[in-house]
Ligand binder design. Structure first.
Ligand SMILES: C[S@@+](CC[C@H](N)C(=O)[O-])C[C@H]1O[C@@H](n2cnc3c(N)ncnc32)[C@H](O)[C@@H]1O
Length: 192
């Protein structure tokens, strides 16, 4: 993301406090985790049918990254904070990319059917994570498809595993589990 702020006149780097106990503050994805995610996605050969969704997209830096650096044709994000949403909208306009941000809460949002990649960078606590997984599972039952979660700072990967998700790649910065990133996958046969 180096140089992105100056080049486009956007604001992505400054952290923002969320202001409630279930919700984590806005921080941009750390660069060493970004390298891990990038390596995985480059190997995955993303094609024009793949769709990615950033759950808790903050100022939208990853939406920009997924489109310009990885090759997704479009990217969408969900963000609960009104203030961050409006910064994200303004950034998307300046970047002039095929991205959208939805102002909503991941514990209630149900419109995940068109996406097969999900990105999470430590957005919320275990209670909200369980509700999000429930909404995602319902989406996969409605529209069966193989789905991949790119989970940075994967504190609650155990909850995904309880729901049958398999960890397919892991990155550990050091021995502390808060520094882990995990790619989780659920293979589901699509109905033709
Ligand atoms: C650590 S930041 C990650 C931002 C972004 N994904 C990135 O990597 O640049 C977590 C974001 O999740 C948002 N968030 C927290 N709880 C949420 C919820 N229940 N629904 C949607 N967004 C939420 C926060 O406001 C914050 O912007």
């Amino acid at each position: 993301m180096g140089g992105c702020e100056q080049r486009y006149g956007v604001e992505i780097a400054e952290s923002v406090n969320a202001g409630d106990e279930n919700r984590n503050r806005y921080e941009i994805t750390p660069v060493h985790h970004l390298r891990f995610i990038t390596r995985y996605l480059k190997k995955s050969r993303i094609n024009k049918n793949d769709r990615i969704f950033d759950v808790g997209c903050g100022k939208g830096a990853m939406l920009w990254y997924f489109i310009t650096e990885i090759g997704f044709k479009e990217a969408s994000g969900l963000e609960r904070s009104d203030k961050l949403c409006s910064i994200c909208r303004s950034n998307i306009e300046k970047w002039d990319i095929n991205a959208k941000v939805i102002n909503g809460d991941a514990s209630e949002f149900e419109d995940y059917d068109e996406y097969n990649y999900f990105y999470l960078y430590n957005p919320f606590d275990a209670t909200i994570m369980r509700k999000f997984i429930c909404c995602l599972e319902q989406s996969i039952s409605r529209r069966p498809r193989t789905t991949t979660i790119l989970y940075v700072c994967s504190l609650f990967k155990g909850i995904f595993e309880e729901h049958g998700w398999k960890s397919v790649s892991e990155y550990k910065k050091n021995i502390f589990h808060t520094k882990e990133s995990t790619i989780l996958c659920k293979e589901v046969q699509e109905i033709q």
